[in-house]
Design a protein around this ligand. Structure first.
Ligand code: ZN
Length: 163
């Protein structure tokens, strides 16, 4: 005798004894096996290891989830970069460079205050000793100097200058 786990076309599971596998085939063909719950004669052998299928499906499912979420992470990576943090880092870098430039100028150039445009012109036209100078100049003065071909570098303002 063989115990078969069977199910009907409505997924009702039940068990039935057969003298052998041929007996099952025969009775199945002749629609002699009936579902005890609904009377359906469309009977098939139940899949004996459904758990393996479920596990495999879960693995594939989770791995494909991982792939798709991983792809999304890469795609959203640049967009999620904190722009404020980047700006802060850039500002710090510029401030450090500005500080160096100003220190260099202060060491190597004479401070002429608001006479900057006048002094720059004198040096340019060789009326004064050729040297580096720095001082204050309005935007108009700077533009005039540049138009005359006098090289002028604006000095970046540092936070401590405003004190
Ligand atoms: Zn049934």
């Amino acid at each position: 005798m063989i115990l078969y786990k069977l199910q009907c076309d409505l997924d009702h599971a039940f068990e039935a004894w057969f003298s052998n596998s041929e007996a099952f085939e025969q009775q199945s063909k002749c629609n002699l096996i009936k579902c005890p719950k609904c009377g359906s004669t469309i009977i098939s052998k139940a899949i004996m290891a459904p758990n393996i299928g479920v596990k495999t499906n879960r693995k594939e499912h989770s791995s494909s989830n991982f792939n798709s979420s991983g792809g999304m992470a890469i795609a959203s990576g640049p967009a999620s970069t904190d722009p404020q943090h980047e700006t802060f880092k850039t500002k710090r870098r510029i401030a450090a460079a500005a500080r160096k430039l100003r220190e260099f100028v202060k060491k190597n150039a004479d401070y002429v205050g608001s006479e900057f445009a006048i002094e720059a012109r004198k040096i340019h036209y060789e009326e004064a000793e050729e040297r580096g100078i720095y001082g204050k100049a309005s935007n108009i003065e700077i533009r005039e100097l540049l138009e005359e071909g006098i090289e002028v570098q604006p000095l970046p303002t540092l936070p401590e200058d405003q004190n």
